[in-house]
Design a binder for this molecule. Sequence first.
Ligand code: 5GP
Length: 193
Amino acid sequence: MLGTLLIVSGPSGSGKTTLCRRAEKDGLTAYSISCTTRQPRPGEQDGVDYHFLTPEVFAAKVAAGEFLEHATVHGNSYGTLKSDIIDLLQAGKNVVMDIDVQGAASIRACDDATIRRAYADVYIHVPADELEARLRGRQTDAEEVILLRLRNAAEEDARMGEYEYALVSADRESDYSRFSALLTALGMRTPLR
Ligand code: 5GP
């Protein structure tokens, strides 16, 4: 039976990465590792957090049509390899993809039959003042980066209506219990619909 492809979007600081990682750790899903041209942050590992690629290698994969989707976010390229996702779904694994609204839109438009059957999406929404507090509390990004992310968050929120599900972020435990319940329900969709 085909796994579920759950697209998870929301601004930086929404906790979407934490939700996806925890679902993976609990064995609910496989996590797809994206490619990016940005520099690793302290503690990030190549092949674990991202495949960190040079702009030249990234461009060659775009030209070869290897990406399911790719986009420019905060001035860097990000993308997900098609082959990675389809292999996992066909092996019956659920896949969560932590991607921005542009990436989600391009996957929604994908004409691959396996991807279309497996597809579902959820937007993680955080009220604006709460989001600012979280971004400042994390202390990994420069002020200008925080301001850019807040502006981007407002733009991303405007596209929440493109998603089938919305999760309004409250606290870590409540967010995760609703997220895992959604994955369980999606696994109960009829295979022949
Ligand atoms: P960060 O640099 O903070 O890890 O991620 C920045 C943004 O890039 C986040 O909004 C994240 O969701 C997005 N992102 C990560 N991987 C991908 C991907 O494969 N495709 C797209 N389109 N966006 C991604």
